[in-house]
Write a protein that binds this ligand. Sequence first.
Ligand SMILES: NC(=O)c1ccc[n+]([C@@H]2O[C@H](COP(=O)([O-])OP(=O)(O)OC[C@H]3O[C@@H](n4cnc5c(N)ncnc54)[C@H](OP(=O)(O)O)[C@@H]3O)[C@@H](O)[C@H]2O)c1
Length: 295
Amino acid sequence: MTPVDKSGTFTLGGDRSARRLGYGAMQLAGPGVFGPPKDPEAALAVLREAVASGVNHIDTSDFYGPHVTNHLIRKALHPYADDLIIVTKIGARRGADGSWQPAFSAKELTEAVHDNLRNLGLNVIDVVNLRSMFGIHGPGEGSIEEPLSALAELQRKGLVRHIGLSNVTPAQIEEGRRICKIVCVQNHYNVAQRADDVLIDKLARRGIAYVPFFPLGGFTPLQSSGLSDVARRLGATSMQVALAWLLRRAHNILLIPGTSSIAHLRENLAAAELDLPEDAVIALDRIGAHTSAAA
Ligand SMILES: NC(=O)c1ccc[n+]([C@@H]2O[C@H](COP(=O)([O-])OP(=O)(O)OC[C@H]3O[C@@H](n4cnc5c(N)ncnc54)[C@H](OP(=O)(O)O)[C@@H]3O)[C@@H](O)[C@H]2O)c1
C-alpha cells in the first residue's frame, strides 16, 4: 500500500478508476510553461517517481511547452500501465512569443486531439478537457456548443474515451451536458479560492469529478497564517495541509498538484496520510470563506 492509495479512488466516466491524489505535469516545461525544462532528466525522474508511488492520474496538455510535457510523459512512462489515466486539454495554442491564444475551431480542436495522440503515443485518450478561453482571469460566459460538438464527434470516432470541461461556468456545464456526457470539470479552486463551492457539491451529486487547478495556489504557492498554524500543530507542511483539506472537502475532488521537484512530489503525495482533526478543518474552512459562493 502506497501513501497515494490512502487518498481513495474516484471512477471517471464509469470505467476509469483514478486514485484521488494525482499529478499535474505543467510545471515540467520551461519557465512560463514555454520551451524545454532546464534539466530534462530531473523532469523524467519526477514522472517516474509519481507513478512508482502509486499515482495513476496525470494531467497534461499539448500546449504546455508546447508539446514538451507530453513528450516527457511518453519518454518517461511509455508503454503505459493499463491503469494509468492521462488527461489532456485542448482549446488553446501558444504563440511564438509564448502567449496563450484560443484555438476553438473544429479544425484546430481536431488537430489538437491528433497532436496529443501522437505526442503521447496513444491510440485513444482517456479524457480530453475542452478548456474554455472566454474569460481572461477566470471562466467567462459564452456558448461552447460548437467546439464541444466537434470534440464529441472525435469521441464518436473512437479517439477520445471521455470528455471533460475546464475553466467553465455552471451554465456552460449545463449546456455541455445536453451535448455529451461530461465526466469531470477542471476549474481554479483551493483552500483560499472557493468560488466553486456550490458547484463542487452539485457535481458530486451527479457523479462528476471536480479537479481543482492551482490546488497549491499555482505560480505563487499559497501563503496563509491559518494554513501554517495548522501545519505547525500537526507537524506537517502548509502544502500538505492544503492538499489534505481538498481531499476531505468532497469525495469527487481529484488532485493534480504540480511540481518539478522530487522532494516536493514526495511531500505532496504524503498528504494522503494526513488526518485533519475537526478543529483544524474549522480553522481551514475560514481561510477562503469570504471567496465562497456558498457564503
Ligand atoms: N485547466 C487549466 O486552465 C489549468 C491551469 C493551470 C494548471 N492546470 C493543471 O493543474 C496542475 C496544477 O497546477 P499548477 O502546477 O499550476 O499549480 P499548483 O499545483 O497549485 O502549484 C504548483 C507550484 O507550487 C510549487 N510547489 C509544489 N509543491 C510544493 C511543495 N511541496 N512546497 C513548496 N512549493 C511547492 C511548485 O514549484 P516546484 O516546481 O518548485 O515544486 C509550483 O510553483 C498543472 O500541473 C496543470 O496540469 C490546469
